[in-house]
Design a protein around this ligand. Sequence first.
Ligand code: TYM
Length: 338
Amino acid sequence: TERVLTGITTTGTPHLGNYVGAIRPAIVASRAPGVESFFFLADYHALIKCDDPARIERSRLEIAATWLAAGLDTQRVTFYRQSDIPEITELTWLLTCVTAKGQMNRAHAYKAATDVNAAAGEDIDAGVTMGLFCYPILMAADILMFNAHRVPVGRDQVQHIEMARDVAQRFNHLFGAGRELFVLPQAEIEEAVATLPGLDGRKMSKSYDNTIPLFEGGERGLKEAVARIVTDSRLPGEPKDPDASHLVTIYDAFAADDAARQTFRDELRAGLAWGEAKQRLVALIEGEIGPMRARYAELMAHPERIEAALQEGARKARAIATPFLAELRHAVGLRPMV
Ligand code: TYM
């Protein structure tokens, strides 16, 4: 069997980028025969970016409800909260001890923070916590704890998965005694949706405040967000350039097939008005997520069902993590004396 694993940081409301980049491909992958899946709420990661407990609590509920509403089948998938698996934090330490500091210096999130500080003429590490600095090691522990082969993610996570591979390789080399303790994980990227643009054309991201929420706000919220997608000022009837429009990229992510994508482009070239194009986009997205939104609302009204599912998931996850961690402790020399 092959193992597929992915997680979402619980700091905000799920948006279309999370859905097309991670949730949708992960759920599709989980339905294939011979696949064992692990999907989780990265709530330890959330603490790195957020010191608002109420927001973390709310986000955990929203993201859990989103996974379930999108079709995650808890019979097939091990679905859990990262913070329910203490083995992950212990593994993080074992990995921390074999991770080169220089490699962490090059991690995107840390580098972005230091670049901003440098540009402002401040101490490069101003405001940087050790949590942020070590973020990729915690993520490597998430992946290696369950020996995942494939990790469906958006492009912004690829570097982290490469780092997890490196750490796994080093650990195998040092402690494997010729055996592969860890599987070397591979990022799984869908080229067409690896970086879904947001309202302004930059990557859709909580931190840019340019997101289109997946379920929150209802169909009305979706319409209002789509109305705010930035387009050029060409008038109805004037030919548009589909290749220069991020609205088209978002359309592509939801279109049924290449023929539908082509038709939309042809119509824009023939002068379709942006207003009309936006209505088509709303109808397309709504066709896919509308039925899920009803399930989402139902789940949000019953947090006890979500809690029960997560506790069952934690039990399944720990049944794997506990014995594997014991093996790893033994491998590094943390063994009983007799
Ligand atoms: P996070 O919470 O920032 O994002 C969750 C997933 O959504 C993807 N994504 C996008 N994909 C396409 N276009 C976009 N605009 C877009 N925005 C977000 C992300 O690439 C990601 O797949 N560190 C991770 C969470 C994590 C994790 C893991 C993932 C923790 N441990 C282990 C995989 C395996 C994060 O912060 O993702």
